[in-house]
Design a protein around this ligand. Structure first.
Ligand code: IMP
Ligand code: MG
Length: 203
């Protein structure tokens, strides 16, 4: 077990979701996918790099026959906020006529998702749905919304379970949230650990 508090790249983080809590969220999403994709063989499109751990667990938990492909979307660079620019590295597999399920780790501003959806729609898939493990409040203004959201969280910066801070922390089995205000931005409010309602993870 990793400690409750960790330091990554000079920043302090505190455990926010345990692996057991994450597993419960993933199981609930997997059940929804099993129900909605019965009889369909989707192309599960993993958004790299952040969604690789989530996708590995989700696909095994769902157990639906599918093809797997990756797409690379980069918006963060090394900062904790979106750079405002999204680079897309397209998949090799043709998505024309496919039932595409886009697997994303976390939706913040929604910019990445918007760019990905624009790109994917041009490939003319038969259907296109989005599953995101986490969504921040800013994602609520996003159109369209992800079809499946594991958990809505406060506007925290999180790492672990595939998600990184400047490429650090992806290997952590639990999810950690930043404890301190971002350096160089003293006006920003202290990130709070406002209780997250985990009851929404129950079926
Ligand atoms: P958006 O474009 O602002 O919605 O940001 C989406 C992408 O930024 C996600 O796919 C993540 O890779 C990354 N991201 C957003 N919030 C966080 C976070 O709290 N920790 C780590 N990565 C994040
Ligand atoms: Mg991502």
């Amino acid at each position: 077990m990793y400690p409750e508090r960790i330091e990554l790249n000079g920043h302090r983080f505190r455990r926010f979701l345990t692996r057991q809590q994450i597993a419960a969220i993933v199981e609930r999403l997997a059940q929804q996918l099993r129900r909605d994709y019965a009889g369909v063989t989707p192309v599960c499109l993993i958004v790299l790099k952040g969604a690789f751990v989530f996708a590995a667990d989700l696909l095994r938990a769902a157990g639906i026959p599918c093809r797997v492909e990756t797409i690379r979307a980069r918006s963060y660079g090394t900062a904790m906020h979106s750079s405002g620019r999204v680079e897309i590295q397209p998949p090799e597999l043709s998505l024309a006529g496919a039932d595409v399920l886009l697997i994303e780790d976390i939706v913040d501003s929604g910019l990445t998702l918007r760019e990905l959806l624009g790109f994917l729609r041009r490939q003319q898939p038969a259907s296109l749905r989005i599953v995101a493990l986490l969504a921040k409040p800013s994602a609520q203004e996003l159109q369209p919304q992800p079809d499946y959201i594991g958990l809505e969280i406060p506007p925290l910066f999180v790492v672990g379970y595939g998600m990184d801070y400047a490429e650090h922390g992806r290997y952590l089995p639990d999810i950690y949230a930043l404890e301190e205000p971002e350096q160089g931005n003293p006006t920003q409010e202290r990130t709070s650990f406002a209780a997250v309602d985990l009851s929404q993870t129950a079926e």
